[in-house]
Each structure stands twice: as structure tokens, then as C-alpha cells.
Design a protein. Sequence first.
Length: 329
Amino acid sequence: MATSSAPAKVYLFGEHAVVYGEPAVPCAIERRATVTVEQRADTQICVQANDLTLDGFTVRWGGRTDSRPDVNVPTPLVEAAMGYIDGAIEQALEAAGESGVGFDVTVESDIPLGAGLGSSAAVVVACIDAATRELGADLAPETVADRAYRVEHEVQDGEASRADTFCSAMGGAVRVQGEDCRRLPDAPELPVVIGYDGDAGDTGELVAGVRALKEEYGFAAETVESIGDIVRSGERALEDDDVEEIGRLMDFNHGLLSALGVSARTLDSMVWAAREAGAAGAKLTGAGGGGCIVALDRSERTRTALEYTPGCETAFRAELDTKGVRRET
Ligand SMILES: Nc1ncnc2c1ncn2[C@@H]1O[C@H](COP(=O)(O)OP(=O)(O)OP(=O)(O)O)[C@@H](O)[C@H]1O
Ligand SMILES: C[C@@](O)(CCO)CC(=O)[O-]
Ligand SMILES: [Mg+2]
């Protein structure tokens, strides 16, 4: 039996545009998905999943006698979860040079699902790490990141960046542009506050929506390029530890994401509540459509204001996670 965990992330800048070759800077936060993997005597994959936004379910597939999932939760969710776990197991088998092995997989996660905090990447990264160790192989976090990216790419219908998976595997703040993935040497100490509307967006669908806009309108394509410019300015502000400037750029980034159609009324209200409470800046994080915003505020004012904002279910402070994927005992 092997257990690994991997962190969630927020985007300081650059989600969506990163899918088209612009840079992005996500940052791992201290909320984790933990995956336990144990070999079975047969070839079935049996998944038990629990998290904050899910009551918990069990799916079983791949055996000779029972290849249909046996579940009581909505089909799209189950299919998505099966896609991620199936993909992760396939990657682990390939990495370990094995085939035809069945597993019991247990997922426990503190990361709300589909909320822009990278629950999919954390689950896939932790699952690949645990499954390869269960098979006697040991992969470097960069290799886990690369294999996890292949899974996200497949599940998101061929459109995904390496940002979420690299960030979750490596921890800290990272910079990703195409295949160029690096850890930022001096991870910034940022006063991150997160607001969550209790809702979810489907990353694959939201990415497809931006792609369609970009193909229809030249100005949408230019908006994506402008997000790249914001990220480049953001990197300089991060080097200078200039929280005010980082905040201004986050505000601008949110405006452009909103123009690309991936915000939501609740995300906009939370962003405005944070700004009015004195946050240095605020934006949606991740794919959007519902889920989380990220704001910067050293004081408690933003968190308190968010808690009283209609549409906000919960608000919390998030510490930077510097560890990335790790073995749990
Ligand atoms: N605890 C979990 N158990 C099983 N599957 C999970 C769990 N957490 C996430 N997943 C899978 O990940 C999917 C959500 O991934 P999606 O990419 O849409 O959102 P996200 O990763 O949370 O946010 P974003 O990609 O915007 O950062 C779920 O539908 C489910 O298939
Ligand atoms: C929207 C997106 O940029 C981030 C989702 O967390 C998609 C991706 O990078 O694969
Ligand atoms: Mg995701």
C-alpha cells in the first residue's frame, strides 16, 4: 500500500492564456488531495472518492465480470473521475513497465472540486506518485508532473497546459510557458485570501469556450496576448516584492478573463467585495465559471467582507505550500 499527497494551487496570473503558449504563474497552497493505492489480486480498478463537495462514492471497473461502474452520483462526475484515475493508473503502469494489474484507489481531498484550485491536477499527481511507488518504481517530481500533464491533456479533450500539474508536483510558485516549466527561486510571501462560492465550472468546457471566442474575434486573440503581457509585468512585480503592483495586475487580469467569458456573477461580486475591503487586488483563479477568487490582503478585512458577501460560501486564508507531491506514511 502506498499513499501520496499533492497540493492545490491558485493562479496569480495567466490561466487560460497559458493554454495558448503565454506564460502563467500559479502558486501551490496548503490544501491537499491524498491518494492511497493498493494492488488487487484481480485486474479491477476500484475507486473510493471523498472530498468536501462530494458525499463520497465508489466506482469499480475494468474487471472481467464487472466492467460497468456501480454508483449513485451524477454520470458526468463519475466519468470525469474515472478518466483522471484511469489515466493516472495507465501512466503509472507504463512508468513501472507493468500491465494488467488491478488496484484499490482511495481519494481523500480537502480541495473543492471544479473550483479553480486544481483538484484534478492534485488528484492525478498524487495518484501517479502513489501507484508507481506501489509498483516498486520511484519517479522524480518532474516526471510525475509530465505524466500527470498527459492525463489532464487527455481528459480536457486535448487542450491543457502543464501549469496545474507542474505546480502541484513541485510546490511553491512556478512559471510555466509551453514546455518550459520552472520553480520560482524566491517564492513570494503573499497574503493570499480565497473566497469560494460553493459552485463549480468544467475546465474542459471553459477552455473550449475561450478557444471558440479567440477563433471568432481577433480582439479576443489579442486579449489572450494581453494576459501574457500582464504575466510578464507580474513577474517583475514579484521579483520586486511589490504587493500593490501585483494586486493591480491581478485586477487587470480578472477584467480580461471576464471579457473572455469565464467569470460569473458570484466571482465578480467576491472580487468587488475584496477590492472594496482594501485588498491590493483580486481575480478569479483557474478555469472560472464558478468556484474561487484569490485576493491579496495582509489584514483580516477582505476575509471578513467575503464572509458577508452574498454568493460567497466560505472564505479562508491560504499559506504557500513549498513541498509539492510527497509520500505520506
Ligand atoms: N476528491 C476527488 N475525488 C475524485 N475525483 C476528483 C476529486 N477531486 C477532483 N476530482 C476530479 O476532478 C474533476 C474536477 O476537475 P476540473 O479540472 O474540472 O476542476 P479543478 O481542477 O478543481 O479546477 P481548475 O482546473 O479550474 O483548477 C472532478 O470532476 C473529478 O473528476
Ligand atoms: C484554464 C486553465 O488554464 C487552468 C485551469 O486550472 C487550463 C489549463 O491550463 O490546462
Ligand atoms: Mg483542473
